[in-house]
Design a protein around this ligand. Structure first.
Ligand code: PEP
Ligand code: MN
Length: 373
């Protein structure tokens, strides 16, 4: 019996894949790798799906099982010539067989038409909710973090952000408190019941961070750190993946593909501004990206208007724009005393700014037919 894995390539029969690789030569195999999706008829049973999955696996191809509400969809990755030999469309329970043409597969709407919902701690991202993740750029002290936690909690916020490991442009800038910062995040979680989102910058920190956080954040500077993507992909914690400042949307989707291909389907994409010729703002928040990503991928999409603009007064209007364009949430930087902040104080929202932001996005979230949480 073939094991069932939701949106995960099954890892059975690696020996046959290795043998096949040897037989046809690695380059030939890679060049001709293709993904087919197999849409089953509504009346198909799990046993029907298993029969086909076993057939796919027995030929050394990678099978994928995706049960849906109305239909079950199967996937097969491998050599096109072998896939053709399977004659999948002749199975009575198969409705349609088609290739996934985009370079990214697992993140694609071609493979999964419905939106993915990604749970973080006690809350769900996506699925008709608009979620605000808030907190400081860096974790600085117990007083700082607990003060901000209390403030955001009073607005019904469920998720606290805060960097313990900071990827800074200058080696002389504050680099974060490291594990001491993670301990403070855990303290805030315990005291205020907040889920924790924090950036990982080194694949070797995945285990250390695991017990302190509820969601790994991959920052813009690490979007194409493929070992880091694989490291979080081997865990079972959600990942907030930020777009690199010079990354195309295809590159962002392929970075997400790395995480899912490593075994973890809980990925949230995040547009955080890109570098353009414009210098009036820190970055240019690409809201095209949100609409495009929602169209091409089933993954939830977030917007970071703090880094996206780098201008405090622009965070509020761009947050409203994020709701309007279809984002599933925003991640914003807050600080009770921005002048004293050890990083990004210029773009941190004060308690008053944050209260205003929450009040101002409310009607937009309602107009989008979503619930604010
Ligand atoms: C951050 O969120 O603290 C951060 C460093 O963001 P980015 O990776 O988008 O620059
Ligand atoms: Mn920051």
């Amino acid at each position: 019996m073939v094991a069932i894995a939701h949106l995960c390539w099954m890892t059975i029969n690696t020996n046959s894949i290795r043998a096949l690789t040897f037989r046809v030569g690695i380059n030939t195999l890679l060049d001709e790798k293709i993904t087919m999706i197999i849409i089953l008829k509504p009346e198909a049973t799990e046993a029907d799906a298993n029969e086909i999955l076993e057939k796919i696996a027995s030929l050394g191809l990678k099978p994928l099982y995706m049960p849906g509400i109305e239909r079950t969809v199967l996937g097969a990755l491998g050599d096109e010539r072998i896939l053709r030999q399977l004659h999948l469309d002749s199975y009575p329970m198969v409705d349609e067989v088609k290739p996934v043409l985009s370079p990214y597969k697992l993140v694609s709407r071609e493979l999964q038409a419905h939106d993915s919902i990604v749970p973080i701690a006690d809350t769900n991202i996506g699925g008709g909710k608009f979620t605000v993740i808030a907190g400081p750029c860096s974790v600085e002290s117990e007083q700082q973090l607990l003060g901000i936690s209390e403030m955001i909690k009073a607005h019904g916020i469920a998720l606290l952000r805060g960097g313990a490991f900071k990827p800074r442009t200058s080696p002389y800038s504050f680099q974060g408190l490291g594990e001491a910062g993670l301990k403070l995040l855990k303290m805030a979680k315990k005291q205020y019941g907040l889920g924790i989102v924090s950036e990982i910058i080194d694949p070797n920190d995945a285990d250390l961070m695991y017990d302190y956080i509820d969601c790994y954040q991959i920052g813009a500077r690490n979007m194409q750190n493929f070992r880091l993507l694989e490291a979080v992909g081997k865990t079972d914690k959600p990942v907030l993946l930020k777009r690199g400042m010079s990354a195309t949307l295809e590159e962002l989707l392929l970075a997400a593909e790395y995480i899912i291909n490593s075994g973890n389907s809980q990925v949230i994409l995040c547009e955080r501004g890109i570098r353009t010729f414009e210098t009036a703002t820190r970055n240019t928040l690409d809201l095209n990206a949100v609409a495009y990503l929602k169209e091409k991928s089933h993954l939830p999409v977030f917007v970071d208007p703090s880094h996206g603009t780098g201008v405090k007064s622009l965070i509020n209007p761009l947050s409203r724009a994020a709701v309007a364009v279809g984002a599933d949430g925003i991640i914003v930087e807050t600080h009770l005393n921005p002048k004293e902040a050890l990083s990004d104080g210029h773009q941190a929202l004060t308690a008053d700014d944050f209260a205003q932001l929450m009040a101002d996005i409310k009607p937009f979230v309602a107009a989008a037919g979503k619930t604010l949480c």
